[in-house]
Design a protein around this ligand. Structure first.
Ligand code: PGA
Length: 248
């Protein structure tokens, strides 16, 4: 079983979302694989209605509170009511462009769990942190900030290792680098969770149809979180087909 997730970021309004799902052809992709798409909040309802049943829909961000005077924000409760099943939490753009802290990330994970959304916790180091040999420190700090909440929630969750320097840049981690970071995360999960081996750890950062098979074949890589290449239905389907090692 592998997970192929697409993060549309601030792209694809309702019309484009409808067109995407009309074109998406997953016929050759084994039913055992999990396919998730994260549209914008404005396209969430359309995506929920238009996506084939085997595709789950998630939100890209949630507010830590359930409701209230938080202009412009979406709560996990509202997202769940609108049909979301997953929530991205701690994406590097939230951390670095919106200044989200580990503490806020933890509260968002808790909110997602409270409302039955499966959290996908994103972690990853910047280029400076990698050059300083701090990959392990950074990803473990980001995981440790939420591990208790995740573990004690008793619900399923996913991790995504996304090196910041690889996001939207065309640079990817080598399969060996991805495996090493994933093994670090897995090791930490094992200290806290009986079911640590069942937590899917996705790789993200410039995943494309032509590198997906290699990354998905790397040790400890249980799936991919795709940004730019998930906007096009044909390329997203090609990546999903790579899960079975099928020719892309
Ligand atoms: P990218 O984005 O595939 O465009 O690099 C990945 C992500 O941000 O999840």
């Amino acid at each position: 079983m592998a997970v192929v997730a697409g993060n549309w970021k601030m792209n694809h309004g309702p019309e484009a979302a409808r067109a995407f799902f009309a074109e998406l052809d997953l016929d050759d992709v084994s039913e055992e694989h999990e396919i998730v798409v994260f549209p914008t909040d404005l396209s969430l309802g359309t995506a929920v209605a238009a996506a084939p049943t085997r595709v789950s829909i998630g939100v890209q961000n949630v507010h830590p509170e359930d409701s209230g005077a938080f202009t412009g924000a979406t709560s996990a409760a509202l997202a769940a009511e609108a049909g979301a099943r997953y929530a991205l939490v701690g994406h590097s753009e939230r951390r670095h462009l919106f200044g989200e802290t580990d503490e806020e990330t933890e509260r968002k994970v808790a909110a997602a769990l409270r409302h039955g959304l499966t959290p996908v916790l994103c972690v990853g180091e910047t280029l400076d942190e990698r050059r300083a040999g701090r990959v392990e420190d950074v990803v473990l700090r980001q995981l440790d900030a939420v591990l208790e909440t995740l573990a004690d929630g008793g619900a399923r969750f996913l991790l995504a290792y996304e090196p910041v320097w690889a996001i939207g840049t065309g640079e990817t981690a080598t399969p060996a680098d991805a495996s090493a970071a994933h093994a670090t995360l897995r090791g930490r999960l094992r200290t806290r969770l009986a079911g640590a081996n069942d937590v899917p750890i996705l790789y993200g950062g410039s995943v494309k149809p032509d590198n997906a098979a290699e990354l998905l074949g790397a040790d400890e890589v249980d799936g991919v979180l795709v940004g730019g290449a998930s906007l096009d239905a044909a390329s997203f389907a090609q990546i999903a087909r790579a899960v079975d090692g099928g020719g892309v």
